[in-house]
Design a protein around this ligand. Structure first.
Ligand code: SF4
Length: 345
């Protein structure tokens, strides 16, 4: 994997105006509130967080399906955050999105061949026969027979439709694929085959991937690096091995402790931690560290000072928590502190 950055995101912000029927004390909905990300060539970055954490909004801003409120999105070194529709068009061949619901993202009136060839048509690549041939080749690469070119989406299974969505995303040879919960709606056995296919294609074609999911087992399987998101911000980022071996942020520790493990007698399952309360509203963000209302080890300054994302134990391990320092590492919230509920396996 090269160190060349395919994607660099700095200070990304996406706010929405609050519903006018809501009480006045609610400010704007801060879906994304200052996110920095970097993805190297050929790298898979897993972006993980609870529903409502803002991870899908990051993906949509990066793909410029929606306009960021502020911040910079650099794709292959070019700032695309303020480009207009026409200026974005040539860049669309370099970044594609795969959505969770393949059925609604595939035009039911187009044949599979026409769906996969559509990005080539939009970019004026080749003639009709050439586009059909490349669509057939791409279908073969994602494990579907080229004979499916004349079928329609409703004739395929969920797993086959997601393979078609992958073929459509990859047919122009993009440098970045944004996969937004691409296997969440599939059976577990089908999930594994799609994830393996994505990794094989990444190996063959060399694209980078922003993989968005709420599922820790999926993110552990697919990612080279992982960024953990909470309430519109990245709270921890590290290599996959480092994050799962040495989680530092209290939120990451709680997430990992709640993930199912194959062996219920192992240490992670024995130290399950349940956070109190739900994810707060994005329009009623607490001052200071946004995690403090649920954090079992919060201190006074956590209520007033926002922690920065800073390097800790490893060079590429960044954590946003006042209690995590390069010298001492982070708090161990599974150690029986107040505010936690421990569940025996
Ligand atoms: Fe908890 Fe404070 Fe760290 Fe936030 S900064 S995670 S509230 S200890």
């Amino acid at each position: 994997m090269s160190d060349d950055a395919v994607l660099e995101v700095e200070g990304l912000v996406k706010h929405y105006r609050a519903n006018s029927r809501l009480p006045r004390r609610n400010g704007p909905v801060r879906a994304v509130d200052g996110v920095d990300l970097r993805i190297a060539a050929g790298e898979v970055l897993g972006l993980v967080g609870e529903s409502g954490s803002g991870k899908s909004t990051v993906g949509r801003c990066v793909a410029r399906l929606i306009n960021p409120t502020a911040g910079t999105v650099r794709l292959l070194g070019k700032d695309i955050s303020t480009l207009g529709r026409r200026e974005l068009r040539p860049l669309r061949r370099d970044v594609h999105v795969v959505f969770q619901d393949a059925y609604s993202s595939l035009n039911p009136r187009l044949s599979i061949g026409a769906i996969v060839a559509e990005p080539l048509r939009q970019h004026g690549d080749g003639d009709r026969a050439g586009r059909r041939r490349r669509a057939g080749e791409m279908l073969e690469r994602v494990g579907l027979g080229a004979h499916l070119v004349s079928r329609y989406p409703h004739e395929l299974s969920g797993g086959q439709r997601q393979r078609v969505a992958l073929a459509r995303a990859l047919v122009t040879g993009p440098r970045l694929v944004i996969a937004d919960e691409p296997v969440s709606a599939l059976d577990v056995s089908v999930q594994a085959s799609i994830l393996n296919l994505l990794l094989d294609l990444r190996q063959d074609m060399g694209f980078s991937c922003l993989f968005i999911t709420h599922d820790l087992s999926v993110v552990e399987f697919i990612s080279d690096r992982i960024a953990v998101m909470y309430l519109g911000r990245i709270v921890e980022t590290a290599s996959r091995q480092e994050l799962f071996r040495n989680p530092q942020h209290p939120y990451t520790q709680a997430l990992l402790s709640a993930a199912p493990v194959p062996d219920p007698t192992n240490a992670r399952a024995a130290q399950r931690v349940v956070l109190s309360g739900d994810l707060p509203s994005q329009s009623a963000r607490a001052r200071g560290c946004s995690f403090h209302p649920r954090c079992p080890v919060a201190e006074d300054r956590c209520r007033t000072e926002t922690p920065a994302l800073t390097a800790v134990t490893a060079e590429d391990h960044l954590v946003s928590c006042h209690l995590v320092t390069a010298d001492h590492g982070g708090p161990d919230i599974s150690g029986g502190r107040s505010g936690l509920v421990h569940h025996a396996p």
